[in-house]
Write a protein that binds this ligand. Structure first.
Ligand SMILES: Nc1nc2c(ncn2[C@@H]2O[C@H](COP(=O)(O)OP(=O)(O)OP(=O)(O)O)[C@@H](O)[C@H]2O)c(=O)[nH]1
Ligand SMILES: [Mg+2]
Length: 247
């Protein structure tokens, strides 16, 4: 936008100079038409940027009050896998939980208080990280970039049962995408719903995830019942604190 205004300034200087050396009224009119035409085309281009900005503003209005200096854990998964259940269990946030996808609409931020002085943020990320990058629009891509700056640790959850409505292959596809998009950010993997998953479902998910990550970074949890949730969170919090210290 600044660039466009600079161009308008340059055009003004250029045409003021030309006008000074003008000899006839006809020449002057032509110059004026030329000047107006060129400025209008710069403004038309700028209008596109303005519309994009307005769209971004509308999208960002619903964003929670994020502290960019606080250690932050970002939760990602396909819809209906249990992100909000986990965030609700471990933090101050009170997201809605329901047995159907797309329950959570906006970004939800929760706080985990460690002691008097230290708080860790945890972010639920609906409809943003649950689709392959190729399906995202420009605004969503920008939100992903913002999250990339904010995230100190990411927890990616999978549902090994068919309960969430998305096959494991699809969930792994999202995971691969996220892994490349959030390179350099420590990633913990959680196989959720172990309270209802069959041993076969769990071992299949385990096999797939061990092939993609160090097995020490894979946790088998029940966000609903609480199994292994503390272990996962202790690790995530410690990684988030370390990351913040290092950076
Ligand atoms: N049995 C069982 N059900 C779970 C577990 N975690 C979540 N659920 C259920 O799975 C459904 C989806 O949970 P949510 O926490 O709303 O999932 P989400 O990932 O936030 O879903 P969206 O916001 O729609 O993307 C709900 O019916 C939860 O009760 C779990 O560990 N075990
Ligand atoms: Mg949710």
């Amino acid at each position: 936008m600044k660039h466009s205004l600079d161009i308008v300034d340059k055009l003004s200087v250029e045409y003021t100079r030309k006008v000074r050396t003008c000899l006839t009224v006809g020449e002057l009119r032509n110059l004026r038409r030329e000047y107006m035409g060129r400025v209008a085309s710069v403004l038309r281009r700028m209008n596109k940027d303005l519309r994009l900005l307005a769209e971004a503003k509308a999208k960002l209005r619903g964003l929670p009050d994020v502290n960019v200096d606080a250690p932050t854990i970002v939760i990602a998964a396909a819809p209906n896998v249990g992100k909000s259940t986990l965030v609700k269990r471990v933090s101050s946030a009170k997201p809605e939980i329901a047995p159907y996808p797309f329950t959570t609409r906006g970004l939800i931020l929760g706080h985990i208080r460690l002691d008097e002085a230290r708080v860790v943020q945890i972010m639920d990320t609906p409809g943003l990280l649950d689709r392959p990058l190729s399906e995202k629009n420009e605004i969503e891509m920008q939100a992903v970039i913002a999250l990339r700056h904010l995230a100190d640790v990411m927890i990616f959850m999978v549902d090994p049962t068919f309960h969430c409505g998305y096959p494991l292959e699809y969930q792994l596809h999202i995971l691969k995408d996220i892994r490349s998009e959030f390179k350099g950010i420590p990633l913990l993997l959680a196989i959720n719903k172990v309270d209802i998953a069959t041993e076969e479902e769990i071992s299949r998910a385990r096999r797939e995830l061990y092939a993609m990550a160090d097995m020490n970074n894979v946790y088998e949890i029940s966000a609903a019942k609480g199994d292994n949730v503390q272990k996962l969170m202790d690790r995530a919090i410690s990684l988030a604190l370390t990351k913040k210290l290092v950076n």
